[in-house]
Write a protein that binds this ligand. Sequence first.
Ligand code: HEC
Length: 208
Amino acid sequence: MKLVKTLSILGIVTAGIVLGACRAGGEDQGLEFAPQMYHSVAYEPLTQITDESQGDWLSNREDEKGEFYNSNIYNPHNMNMREPVENTVPRNKNGYLPYRLKAFELEEAALIENPIELSDEVLDEGETLYLQYCSSCHGAGGEGDGKAGLIIGGVANLKGGAYINLPEGHIFHVITKGKGRMGAHGSQITPESRWKIVHYVKQEIQKQ
Ligand code: HEC
Protein backbone atom coordinates (compact mmCIF):
# COMPACT_ATOMS: atom_id res chain seq x y z
CA MET A 1 0.00 0.00 0.00
CA LYS A 2 2.85 2.30 0.96
CA LEU A 3 4.58 1.52 -2.32
CA VAL A 4 1.48 2.39 -4.32
CA LYS A 5 1.21 5.68 -2.48
CA THR A 6 4.86 6.54 -3.07
CA LEU A 7 4.56 5.63 -6.73
CA SER A 8 1.47 7.73 -7.23
CA ILE A 9 3.08 10.75 -5.55
CA LEU A 10 6.14 10.28 -7.76
CA GLY A 11 3.84 10.03 -10.78
CA ILE A 12 2.05 13.25 -9.90
CA VAL A 13 5.32 15.11 -9.36
CA THR A 14 6.74 13.86 -12.68
CA ALA A 15 3.55 14.78 -14.52
CA GLY A 16 3.72 18.21 -12.89
CA ILE A 17 7.24 18.81 -14.14
CA VAL A 18 6.43 17.52 -17.61
CA LEU A 19 3.30 19.66 -17.87
CA GLY A 20 5.15 22.64 -16.40
CA ALA A 21 7.63 22.41 -19.23
CA CYS A 22 4.80 22.61 -21.74
CA ARG A 23 3.78 26.11 -20.90
CA ALA A 24 6.36 27.58 -23.25
CA GLY A 25 5.17 30.30 -25.60
CA GLY A 26 6.18 33.78 -26.67
CA GLU A 27 9.05 34.99 -24.48
CA ASP A 28 8.52 32.17 -21.99
CA GLN A 29 10.59 29.13 -22.87
CA GLY A 30 9.13 26.88 -20.18
CA LEU A 31 11.17 24.83 -17.73
CA GLU A 32 14.70 23.99 -18.72
CA PHE A 33 15.87 20.56 -17.64
CA ALA A 34 19.58 21.15 -18.08
CA PRO A 35 20.07 24.91 -18.23
CA GLN A 36 23.83 24.71 -18.74
CA MET A 37 23.15 23.06 -22.06
CA TYR A 38 21.17 26.06 -23.29
CA HIS A 39 23.20 28.88 -21.78
CA SER A 40 26.80 28.99 -22.83
CA VAL A 41 29.29 29.57 -20.04
CA ALA A 42 31.74 30.81 -22.63
CA TYR A 43 31.33 34.21 -24.25
CA GLU A 44 28.62 34.14 -26.91
CA PRO A 45 30.04 36.26 -29.73
CA LEU A 46 26.84 37.90 -30.94
CA THR A 47 24.98 38.35 -27.63
CA GLN A 48 25.66 39.50 -24.12
CA ILE A 49 23.92 38.76 -20.84
CA THR A 50 24.76 41.83 -18.82
CA ASP A 51 22.65 41.01 -15.78
CA GLU A 52 25.18 39.60 -13.32
CA SER A 53 22.52 37.77 -11.34
CA GLN A 54 21.13 35.75 -14.27
CA GLY A 55 21.21 32.11 -13.24
CA ASP A 56 22.62 32.74 -9.77
CA TRP A 57 20.25 30.11 -8.39
CA LEU A 58 22.48 27.37 -9.82
CA SER A 59 25.78 29.15 -10.07
CA ASN A 60 28.98 27.84 -8.56
CA ARG A 61 31.22 30.22 -10.44
CA GLU A 62 34.39 31.36 -8.75
CA ASP A 63 33.63 35.00 -9.53
CA GLU A 64 30.26 34.54 -7.77
CA LYS A 65 28.31 35.87 -10.74
CA GLY A 66 25.18 34.18 -12.05
CA GLU A 67 25.75 31.08 -14.18
CA PHE A 68 24.40 32.74 -17.34
CA TYR A 69 26.24 36.06 -17.10
CA ASN A 70 28.54 36.13 -20.12
CA SER A 71 29.46 39.69 -20.96
CA ASN A 72 32.71 41.11 -22.11
CA ILE A 73 32.76 44.40 -20.23
CA TYR A 74 35.03 45.97 -22.82
CA ASN A 75 32.44 45.64 -25.55
CA PRO A 76 29.20 47.36 -24.67
CA HIS A 77 27.28 46.88 -27.92
CA ASN A 78 25.14 44.00 -26.68
CA MET A 79 27.59 41.69 -28.38
CA ASN A 80 30.76 40.13 -27.06
CA MET A 81 32.38 40.55 -30.44
CA ARG A 82 31.98 43.27 -33.00
CA GLU A 83 30.51 42.58 -36.40
CA PRO A 84 33.06 42.92 -39.18
CA VAL A 85 32.94 46.13 -41.19
CA GLU A 86 30.66 45.88 -44.20
CA ASN A 87 32.27 44.24 -47.25
CA THR A 88 35.01 42.70 -45.10
CA VAL A 89 36.54 39.74 -46.92
CA PRO A 90 37.87 36.85 -44.87
CA ARG A 91 41.46 35.72 -45.40
CA ASN A 92 43.05 32.60 -44.06
CA LYS A 93 46.09 32.63 -41.80
CA ASN A 94 48.39 32.94 -44.79
CA GLY A 95 46.50 35.94 -46.10
CA TYR A 96 44.80 34.07 -48.96
CA LEU A 97 41.46 35.35 -50.19
CA PRO A 98 38.56 32.90 -50.61
CA TYR A 99 38.82 30.94 -53.85
CA ARG A 100 35.66 31.78 -55.75
CA LEU A 101 36.42 30.68 -59.30
CA LYS A 102 33.98 28.16 -60.76
CA ALA A 103 35.15 24.86 -62.24
CA PHE A 104 34.85 26.17 -65.82
CA GLU A 105 36.83 29.36 -65.18
CA LEU A 106 40.16 27.84 -66.20
CA GLU A 107 41.38 30.86 -68.14
CA GLU A 108 41.05 33.13 -65.12
CA ALA A 109 42.70 30.51 -62.91
CA ALA A 110 45.67 30.30 -65.26
CA LEU A 111 46.58 33.90 -64.36
CA ILE A 112 47.11 33.15 -60.67
CA GLU A 113 50.72 32.87 -59.61
CA ASN A 114 52.03 30.33 -57.16
CA PRO A 115 52.22 32.16 -53.80
CA ILE A 116 54.54 29.58 -52.22
CA GLU A 117 58.22 30.32 -52.62
CA LEU A 118 60.12 27.50 -54.24
CA SER A 119 62.67 25.68 -52.06
CA ASP A 120 64.07 22.17 -51.62
CA GLU A 121 61.87 21.72 -48.60
CA VAL A 122 58.75 22.72 -50.54
CA LEU A 123 59.67 20.28 -53.33
CA ASP A 124 60.15 17.48 -50.77
CA GLU A 125 56.75 18.19 -49.29
CA GLY A 126 55.27 18.47 -52.78
CA GLU A 127 56.65 15.05 -53.63
CA THR A 128 55.16 13.45 -50.52
CA LEU A 129 51.79 15.05 -51.25
CA TYR A 130 51.91 14.10 -54.93
CA LEU A 131 52.64 10.47 -54.06
CA GLN A 132 49.84 10.54 -51.53
CA TYR A 133 47.11 12.20 -53.60
CA CYS A 134 47.97 11.95 -57.29
CA SER A 135 50.20 8.97 -58.02
CA SER A 136 47.43 6.41 -57.65
CA CYS A 137 46.08 7.70 -60.98
CA HIS A 138 48.87 9.70 -62.58
CA GLY A 139 51.66 7.30 -61.57
CA ALA A 140 54.77 8.10 -59.50
CA GLY A 141 56.44 9.58 -62.58
CA GLY A 142 53.33 11.37 -63.84
CA GLU A 143 52.82 9.30 -66.97
CA GLY A 144 49.21 8.41 -66.23
CA ASP A 145 50.08 4.83 -65.34
CA GLY A 146 49.03 4.66 -61.66
CA LYS A 147 47.25 1.45 -60.65
CA ALA A 148 43.88 3.18 -60.12
CA GLY A 149 44.48 5.25 -63.25
CA LEU A 150 44.82 2.14 -65.41
CA ILE A 151 41.37 1.02 -64.28
CA ILE A 152 39.73 4.46 -64.58
CA GLY A 153 41.33 5.06 -67.95
CA GLY A 154 41.89 8.35 -69.78
CA VAL A 155 44.25 9.75 -67.12
CA ALA A 156 46.38 12.64 -68.34
CA ASN A 157 50.07 11.93 -68.91
CA LEU A 158 51.50 14.99 -67.16
CA LYS A 159 54.82 14.56 -68.97
CA GLY A 160 53.32 14.57 -72.42
CA GLY A 161 51.92 16.84 -75.11
CA ALA A 162 50.24 20.10 -74.20
CA TYR A 163 50.17 19.24 -70.50
CA ILE A 164 53.84 20.24 -70.26
CA ASN A 165 52.92 23.89 -70.83
CA LEU A 166 50.02 24.09 -68.38
CA PRO A 167 50.27 27.25 -66.27
CA GLU A 168 50.65 26.70 -62.53
CA GLY A 169 47.31 28.35 -61.77
CA HIS A 170 45.61 25.94 -64.20
CA ILE A 171 47.04 22.91 -62.39
CA PHE A 172 46.04 24.38 -59.01
CA HIS A 173 42.53 24.89 -60.35
CA VAL A 174 42.24 21.35 -61.70
CA ILE A 175 43.34 19.94 -58.33
CA THR A 176 40.85 22.19 -56.54
CA LYS A 177 37.79 21.80 -58.75
CA GLY A 178 38.51 18.70 -60.83
CA LYS A 179 38.18 18.50 -64.60
CA GLY A 180 36.39 16.02 -66.84
CA ARG A 181 37.00 12.54 -65.46
CA MET A 182 39.16 13.81 -62.60
CA GLY A 183 37.35 14.58 -59.35
CA ALA A 184 37.86 17.72 -57.24
CA HIS A 185 40.45 17.45 -54.48
CA GLY A 186 39.84 20.88 -52.90
CA SER A 187 38.18 19.49 -49.80
CA GLN A 188 40.98 17.01 -49.08
CA ILE A 189 44.09 19.10 -49.72
CA THR A 190 44.74 22.55 -48.21
CA PRO A 191 45.49 25.41 -50.65
CA GLU A 192 49.10 25.55 -49.39
CA SER A 193 49.58 21.85 -50.07
CA ARG A 194 47.98 22.17 -53.50
CA TRP A 195 50.47 24.88 -54.47
CA LYS A 196 53.32 22.70 -53.21
CA ILE A 197 52.08 19.86 -55.41
CA VAL A 198 51.98 22.31 -58.32
CA HIS A 199 55.66 23.19 -57.71
CA TYR A 200 56.53 19.51 -57.65
CA VAL A 201 54.62 18.78 -60.87
CA LYS A 202 56.29 21.71 -62.67
CA GLN A 203 59.80 21.33 -61.29
CA GLU A 204 60.26 17.58 -61.07
CA ILE A 205 57.65 15.75 -63.12
CA GLN A 206 57.54 18.08 -66.08
CA LYS A 207 61.27 18.94 -66.20
CA GLN A 208 62.57 17.22 -69.28
C1 HEC B 1 41.15 9.28 -59.37
C2 HEC B 1 42.18 9.51 -60.35
C3 HEC B 1 42.92 10.82 -60.33
C4 HEC B 1 43.57 11.41 -59.27
C5 HEC B 1 43.69 10.89 -57.84
C6 HEC B 1 44.16 12.62 -59.78
N1 HEC B 1 43.87 12.77 -61.11
FE1 HEC B 1 44.48 14.27 -62.30
N2 HEC B 1 43.44 13.49 -63.86
C7 HEC B 1 42.72 12.31 -63.80
C8 HEC B 1 42.03 12.12 -65.08
C9 HEC B 1 41.15 10.95 -65.42
C10 HEC B 1 42.38 13.24 -65.87
C11 HEC B 1 41.88 13.54 -67.28
C12 HEC B 1 40.68 14.46 -67.10
C13 HEC B 1 39.91 14.68 -68.36
O1 HEC B 1 40.38 15.44 -69.22
O2 HEC B 1 38.81 14.11 -68.48
C14 HEC B 1 43.26 14.07 -65.07
C15 HEC B 1 43.80 15.26 -65.53
C16 HEC B 1 44.72 16.01 -64.82
C17 HEC B 1 45.39 17.18 -65.34
C18 HEC B 1 45.22 17.81 -66.72
C19 HEC B 1 44.13 18.83 -66.69
C20 HEC B 1 43.76 19.39 -68.03
O3 HEC B 1 43.79 20.61 -68.18
O4 HEC B 1 43.39 18.63 -68.95
C21 HEC B 1 46.23 17.63 -64.35
C22 HEC B 1 47.15 18.84 -64.40
C23 HEC B 1 46.07 16.73 -63.22
N3 HEC B 1 45.15 15.77 -63.54
C24 HEC B 1 46.75 16.85 -62.04
C25 HEC B 1 46.49 16.07 -60.92
C26 HEC B 1 47.12 16.26 -59.64
C27 HEC B 1 48.21 17.29 -59.37
C28 HEC B 1 46.62 15.33 -58.80
C29 HEC B 1 46.89 15.17 -57.33
C30 HEC B 1 46.49 16.25 -56.48
C31 HEC B 1 45.64 14.54 -59.54
N4 HEC B 1 45.59 15.04 -60.82
C32 HEC B 1 44.91 13.49 -59.02
C33 HEC B 1 42.62 11.44 -62.75
C34 HEC B 1 43.13 11.69 -61.48
